[in-house]
Design a protein around this ligand. Sequence first.
Ligand SMILES: Cc1cc2nc3c(=O)[nH]c(=O)nc-3n(C[C@H](O)[C@H](O)[C@H](O)COP(=O)(O)OP(=O)(O)OC[C@H]3O[C@@H](n4cnc5c(N)ncnc54)[C@H](O)[C@@H]3O)c2cc1C
Length: 456
Amino acid sequence: MKIVVCVKETEGELSPFDQSAVECALELSDDVTVISMGRPSAKDVLLRLTRLGCKAVLLTDSAFAGADTLATAYALSLAVKRIGADLIICGRQSVDGDTAQTGPALATMLGYSLATNVMDFKADEEQITLSTRMGECTLDYPALITVERIRNLRFAKLRSKLDEVEVLSAQDIGADISRCGLKGSPTRVMKTFESAVGKRKCKFIQPNELEDVIQEGLKKRAEKLAPTVSQTPLTLVWCVGEEVVSAAKTVAKEIKVIPRDSAERLAEIIKEKGCEFVLWPADLWGRSVAPQVQALLDTGLCADCTALETDGKDLFMYRPAFSGTLTAKIRCATRPAMATVRLASGGDAQVILSCGKGVKDILPQMEAAANNMGAQLAGSRGIVDSGYMPYSAQIGLTGRSVGCDVYIAVGISGAVHHTCALDRVGTVIAINPDKDARIFEYADYGIVASAEEVFL
Ligand SMILES: Cc1cc2nc3c(=O)[nH]c(=O)nc-3n(C[C@H](O)[C@H](O)[C@H](O)COP(=O)(O)OP(=O)(O)OC[C@H]3O[C@@H](n4cnc5c(N)ncnc54)[C@H](O)[C@@H]3O)c2cc1C
């Protein structure tokens, strides 16, 4: 089987998702080509992969600079056509842009079948059977899958040799320059600014007050706040599904709802109705289907927005970038202008008890505590990678983000990769014996104590 893996170099490294994608490919075939579109310096990362037996192709050209997901998927689609592939594997998302849009848009441009957020797979010559975060499915080839952090990339053998990296320009792949780079990118970052998203003012409390603040958090979330409405709203905004109506209300006079359907059908409806502004839920379904529609309509899509704004003519979309350390203000130059919008809860449990490496030795007791309070048990990457919890329980940049009413972080230091997944949580409570732990900056309530003092 011929497999192409699409990877992105970030600061001289591949993201854990992309490393997982390469490892999945090597498990399935010995005919693996890794492609990256990026700066000439990305060659070093690709070169290292040739030691694992991968062929490597770098698309690099000043014409590719400033590409958004649509322009990136376009260039990659031409390269894949040139190489040929039965299966394309992408990481779930990059860890800088983290839109998760390039894979689905690429599948649509190539006419490949698609599955995103793959947690496990079994493949033969005919088809590939997948277990994804949304359920099971089987795809015929040619197919494209995006994988979660389900594998660790193998090390190269000591005596393995480096191979050539094939370097291709826009001309080499026969690209239409008007569809590449900044020129071919409908979404434009207007400005970025340092983000205070997720930071909270922590009130320190005593262990015996824990139950009260949990109850308060549950009550507070039930009394939802009314959204602030723009003074100069857009005339009409379309919503795919009811869940994004409250976000639409902040920028629109009139709202119309389209029910969830296949990408093809939704693209038809949006075209037929001449929709100018379309909002999608940024849940697993929306983040997979919206980029397919983006590719079908050749338009801009802003991923995972946390706020919307308008001047009555245009839609401005705000989203976190670089693990939530920056916020970007984005507009879309084409119509329809589309965005996936973060949902308040996203179907999470009301209370999540999340454990870090600091409580790995008392995990059975923490599980019992979670059961007692009717909470779902989850964890940091620290505890998952130490082998104490399954990957499916991991919260954070390379796990999942959460929108529960109350999140209790116990024995978690609060690395940016963890806290970036908490900004939709109603109330965050942190328990840590280290009063300087970063997690307290991202908590509404803090208890400076060991988990043993609080739970045993
Ligand atoms: C690209 C990339 C992606 C990543 N993705 C993620 C991700 O998705 N999710 C994620 O979580 N991390 C992620 N990480 C890792 C992240 O940077 C941290 O290393 C990780 O979150 C640390 O896990 P931790 O807080 O459990 O462990 P540690 O940082 O080791 O913290 C343990 C904490 O436990 C406390 N403690 C010790 N004893 C006790 C006790 N008895 N009771 C209570 N507390 C105690 C300590 O004071 C300490 O603060 C990622 C890293 C990278 C580079």
